[in-house]
Write a protein of this length. Structure first.
Length: 351
């Protein structure tokens, strides 16, 4: 039995009688929302800007597919690009150069059309048939000067109720892309690639593709950049650290704790601040980080697998039953349709 839980339990018990934390302003601490421009992020921004410029300069649409695992920064990338091209209100008209749309979880042609109208702030977004909604979408896109549409959670299209609904919504999307003549970005989990690859015409429109992969310790340059990100994150922390986060051994522990994904890295650091404040700890050390990992990432982690436990075996936590196991699984799961399309795509395309 490790002494790690006992150490923190002692700190928590000492705190029970306190009326408030040392600094109540740090309760619920969150890292700054402004993304750090690492190499993958810069590439994504460049590819979005390239597609956008093609529409602005030549009046031609195009497609870009962005895929990556959960926590890899896909939504952050889209949100940041949208923020750089905000809506402008001029003479009673709202100009929307970049429109971000979240694909509904149970998509159909009608519900996807409605999601686009909601993003356009159409007051009648919920009214009409799929055809009527489509007509309004085309009118709104032209009236608002939309140049680029960013579809987030694009993998949701892979989980329609039936094959008929799937074919209907993908055919509808194909027609919209042809008629709208705007840049289209499809962004989502790896299943998003199966959506476009199931339809030859969609696949042709999304030939341009990038993948936001996790950072890797096996690539020296990648790990050096990861350590540089840790240095940047450390500057954002309101509490000092006992050992620099970017120190090689601690950086390795941070990598294992996050699986090389910045979203999980942020959760660990935010959790560490919470633990330190609650336990009246003056600095962030390994016990604090271990408790943060348990609180924010994997509540049932055994001490021997907690990357911040001094005697941890320090290996990727992606085996069956471990916290990052699903990040290694590329076989589609979910509805029977998803499995069927996934199987056919793996054999050379859905029929």
């Amino acid at each position: 039995m490790s002494t790690l839980p006992l150490e923190l339990m002692t700190k928590y018990s000492n705190f029970q009688g306190a009326k408030k934390p040392v600094d109540s302003l740090l309760c619920g601490f969150r890292l700054k929302s402004e993304p750090i421009a690492h190499r993958r992020f810069r590439e994504g921004m460049f590819r979005l800007a390239e597609l956008h410029h093609g529409r602005q300069a030549y009046g031609m649409g195009g497609g870009l597919l962005i895929i990556g695992h959960s926590g890899g920064g896909k939504s952050t990338l889209l949100e940041h690009y949208e923020s750089k091209h905000p809506r402008v209100h001029e003479k009673g008209i709202t100009r929307i150069p970049v429109l971000r749309v979240s694909v509904p979880s149970s998509p159909s042609a009608k519900s996807l059309a409605e999601a686009i109208l909601v993003a356009l702030k159409d007051p009648k977004a919920h009214r009409g048939t799929a055809s009527e909604k489509t007509e309004r979408i085309l009118i709104w896109l032209e009236r608002c000067g939309v140049e680029l549409i960013l579809f987030d959670e694009f993998q949701h299209l892979f989980y329609t109720a039936t094959v008929i609904v799937f074919r209907d919504v993908t055919d509808w999307l194909k027609r919209l892309i042809s008629n709208a003549n705007v840049g289209i970005v499809a962004c989502g989990l790896p299943e998003a690639a199966l959506v476009v690859d199931s339809n030859e015409q969609l696949a042709r429109r999304f030939c341009a593709r990038i993948q936001l992969t996790p950072f890797s310790m096996d690539d020296d340059d990648d790990f050096i950049e990861f350590r540089g990100l840790l240095r940047s994150f450390q500057k954002l922390l309101p509490i000092p650290v006992e050992t620099p986060l970017f120190e090689a051994n601690l950086a390795r522990r941070m990598y294992i704790a996050s699986y090389g994904l910045l979203d999980y890295l942020g959760k660990v650091l935010e959790g560490a601040v919470s633990v330190a404040v609650t336990a009246r700890q003056p600095q962030i050390d390994l016990p604090v980080l271990a408790a943060a990992f348990r609180n924010r990432i994997w509540s049932a982690v055994p001490d021997r697998l907690n990357p911040f436990y001094p005697e941890s075996i320090l290996r990727p936590l992606d085996r069956v039953g471990e916290v990052f196991y699903l990040h290694t699984q590329h076989n589609p799961v979910g509805s029977p349709l998803a499995r069927r399309i996934g199987l056919k795509s793996a054999k050379g395309g859905a029929q």
